[in-house]
Write a protein that binds this ligand. Sequence first.
Ligand SMILES: *Cc1c(COP(=O)(O)O)cnc(C)c1O
Length: 357
Amino acid sequence: MKLKKDLLPAHQRKAKPADESALGFGQIFCDHMFLMDYDPEHGWHDPRIAPYGPLSLDPAALVLHYGQEVFEGLKAYRGVDGGIYMFRPLANIERMNRSNRRLCIPELPAAECLEHLFELVKTEHEWVPTLEGTSLYVRPTVIATEACLGVKVSKKYLYFVIMGPVGAYYPEGFNPVKIYVEEKYVRASAGGVGEAKTMGNYAASLLAAEEAHAKGFTQVLWLDACDRKSIEEVGTMNMFFVIAGEIITSPLTGSILPGVTRDSVLTLCRHWGLKVSERKVTIDEVIAAQKDGVLEEAFGTGTAAVISPVGSIHYRGKDYRVADGQTGKLSNRLYDEMTGIQLGKRPDPFGWVVKVK
Ligand SMILES: *Cc1c(COP(=O)(O)O)cnc(C)c1O
């Protein structure tokens, strides 16, 4: 498949953000995006890089009514040598194809998708910010575009990738967040679409997040849909606890998103010889550990924030402080190691980093 490029002349391109310390997250977009279409006759076809701009969709497009969509989130980094790097990009494409299978969307050709991503990042290389803690966020998305008001699998799709420079995901930056343990609403249940990165999961989470924000909390900690006991994950992050020297994260039972950062953290902790368990952990166990003084740390993991330390957990009207409201030792070590590998400051023993330019 030949990649077409329709690039804006220099004078029509946007000015790059002047202050990289005030980037925020997801509000600035590059000059160009990637697009590719699918129909049963041609399969995935017509890959192209074109100016960033509105999509033209039939108002009956299936995605707008029944949510047949998947997306991904990954980053390109400015390395310490000035080069541009991506972190485990194939893992994101493979996960997108698992999400595609769950949503009855035809799989994307992984090797070509990776090449297209690199080409897009190379095209927009000037948009990769340089300040420490910043990066270029990359958002691949597939939507069902067939016009039909009936619940069915679409025959047509659009795959597109948009990008933009980002700073810290949370206004707190790398500082402990306050999380609210949600007992009324649930995010997902086993057998549903919780393990797919698909829009409905996020729409379903908004009301709980709004109510938690109104009470002063940054994030919602989700419990399992059956008993509201086992910890699932947080917002757009997987959750880890350190209890009496054991690093614990929930197993991938179908209702939580299999994070690339989660997998990387597990790999690093095992590599360091630490005690790591993928096992069910209940909110009762966490609260009991806090009361006994053995809840050493809690943190979330995700591409956007990398490691997000938790400073307090709010459960049934009470605040339980974690690590004295500070960033824990392991959280710090993981953050330094992960960002060190991503920026080429530290050795990359697992071959996670790909040089794009
Ligand atoms: C994307 C996401 C994560 C984190 O995945 P990473 O691959 O580490 O970025 C965790 N939970 C949810 C619900 C997500 O959408």
